[in-house]
Design a protein. Structure first.
Length: 102
């Protein structure tokens, strides 16, 4: 099955989650995503999520992969846990170098 990537829905790179939600998202990426992509995001079962690895990837495609998952792989959909804006924030942060948990 091939899924089409929908066009960006008002991508807003100025969006920042409130401090509590930001910490939840950082923890989720570091722990939940890190369980497959490596706790340092250098790769594991899933590919690396470091800036160099994502530089040439389409932002909307990455957001789509987060929200819809990747059929035929271990990548689950996260749309029940994240809004599109939160997924966009995660992609933008990954491209900058994802923050550590504090």
């Amino acid at each position: 099955m091939i899924l089409a990537v929908p066009p960006a829905l008002g991508a807003d790179s100025s969006f920042t989650p409130d401090p509590t939600r930001r910490q939840e998202l950082i923890r989720m990426v570091r722990q939940d995503c890190g369980s497959c992509h490596g706790l340092t995001l250098k790769g594991g079962l899933g590919p690396a999520l470091l800036p160099d690895a994502l530089r040439d990837k389409d932002r909307n495609g990455l957001v789509f992969s987060i929200l819809q998952g990747r059929p035929g792989t271990a990548m689950p959909p996260w749309q029940n846990f994240l809004s599109r804006r939160e997924a966009e924030w995660i992609v933008d942060q990954l491209r900058l170098g994802f923050p550590d948990e504090r």
